[in-house]
Design a protein around this ligand. Structure first.
Ligand code: PLP
Length: 421
């Protein structure tokens, strides 16, 4: 199909040219004396993305799932009791992983479309006088439903109950795109993957561990080899890895961290919020609901758009892909067919999203969903236009007022005749 593919699944996300070029290089000796500059640099700079000064990052050749496993097996023993709210497919899968390692998980089932119930978590912890509960598993951004939970509120509930359990947070679809504060929220194990906010291909499972989490290793009896923090700590101390790292991924990660630092994390979060608001405006204009039940749960990285009665989200996704070269996210597990998802994270801007919104609108009409043509696109476009940042100055020009907003200002673009002359 001519033209480019529009990748709007909530991960993998678009890989910027800069990262592709940084990754496009010959292999190197990962035991050379030059290698530690790369290894040490990425491990140091990763801390900024987690917003931690005391946490220790670990980079595994894995994915987010590997990050989940690494976090658990290094800090827990089979039989340990955990609590975990379940509000989507990813919280479900993490619980399943813990159970397969022999952990006892008290599952708090929450309606899909809502997030972590911090009050309920606080109640359970305050009843656990013997401190049997060793950890709390929270998925910060539930990618399956487009719901972001308030990790700060969960931390406040843990502190109010004066409970020593470790706080495990899956930030796979939030870290690098939605504000995440490891130190402030006293997160003990924070997990992400490379293929979302970090704008890389899949292939890295990244975990950041607090000093308390590192200390928990002493008691943790789960078998661990590939994911052993101890082996990593020993090798990383000199800038190396205990086994062969993916050289292109590490160069890509270095570039990704440089891009995020140049853009400024807070600007990156604000861009994601603004882009997400445009998608939500489109959904409203179509007369469609989000899976997220209330604005406080709205995710700035993925919107799950509910299908009207009788319509199948899988048909929309299929037509969007085959006819318009647009990849939308599917409804997962119990949400299969009931929704489609637009991922809006990573290296994205307004016009890219408008393309996706237009494609989704066309595909919905193609399968018989009665949305009014142009309404979603118009709503999002107006949102982006009306909230646009002031025009950046032309390179070398003296600062001038924004021609759109300055009272009585002449257009900044000279008339055509003047250009010809
Ligand atoms: N957690 C969340 C919130 C996710 O969205 C995903 C994947 O999309 C995962 C965990 C699993 O990550 P991976 O597919 O990289 O193993």
């Amino acid at each position: 199909m001519p033209g480019r593919n529009f990748l709007f699944v909530p991960g993998p996300t678009n890989v910027p040219e800069r990262i592709l070029r940084a990754m496009d290089r010959a292999m190197e000796d990962h035991r050379s004396s030059a290698f530690p500059e790369l290894g040490t640099g990425v491990l140091r700079d990763l801390r900024q993305v987690f917003k931690t000064t005391t946490g220790q990052p670990f980079v595994f050749p894995a994915t987010g799932t590997g990050g989940w496993e690494a976090a658990l097996v290094n800090t827990l023993s089979p039989g340990d009791r955990l609590i975990a709210p379940r509000y989507g497919q990813f919280s479900h899968l993490w619980i399943d992983l813990a159970q397969r390692h022999g952990m006892r998980v008290d599952i708090i089932d929450v309606e899909w479309g809502e997030g972590a119930p911090s009050d309920r978590i606080g109640e359970i912890l305050s009843q656990d006088k013997q401190h049997e509960i060793k950890g709390i598993l929270i998925v910060h951004n539930e990618t399956a439903t487009g719901v972001t939970s308030d990790v700060g509120a969960v931390r406040a509930a843990i502190d109010a109950a004066q409970h020593p359990a470790l706080l495990y947070v899956d930030g796979v679809s939030s870290i690098g795109s939605i504000d995440f504060r490891m130190d402030e929220w006293k997160v003990d194990l924070a997990i992400t993957g490379s293929q979302k906010g970090l704008m890389l291909p899949a292939g890295l499972g990244i975990v950041c561990a607090s000093p308390k989490a590192l200390a928990a290793r002493e008691q943790a009896k789960c078998p661990r080899v590939f994911f052993d923090f101890g082996d990593m700590i020993r090798s990383n101390a000199t800038g190396y890895f205990p086994y062969t790292p993916s050289i292109p991924m590490l160069y890509g990660l270095r570039e990704s961290l440089a891009i995020l630092s140049e853009q400024g994390l807070d600007n990156v979060f604000a861009r994601h919020q603004r882009l997400a608001e445009g998608v939500r405006a489109a959904a409203r204009a179509w007369g469609l609901k989000l899976c997220a039940k209330a604005p406080k749960w709205y995710s700035n990285t993925v919107s799950a758009i509910m299908m009207p009665e009788g319509a199948n989200g899988a048909d929309v996704i299929d037509v969007a892909f085959r006819r318009y070269n647009l990849a939308l996210g599917a409804g997962l597990a119990r949400m299969a067919g009931k929704l489609f998802r637009i991922g809006h994270l990573g290296d994205l801007n307004e016009l890219m999203l408008l393309g996706a919104i237009a494609g989704a609108e066309m595909a919905m009409r193609d399968v018989g969903i009665q949305v009014t043509p142009g309404t979603g696109v118009a709503a999002a476009a107006e949102h982006y236009r009306s909230t646009a940042a002031p025009l950046p100055a032309r390179p070398g020009a003296t600062p001038s007022p924004d021609p759109q907003t300055a009272p009585g200002a002449k257009p900044a673009v000279p008339p055509r005749a003047a250009v010809r002359a």
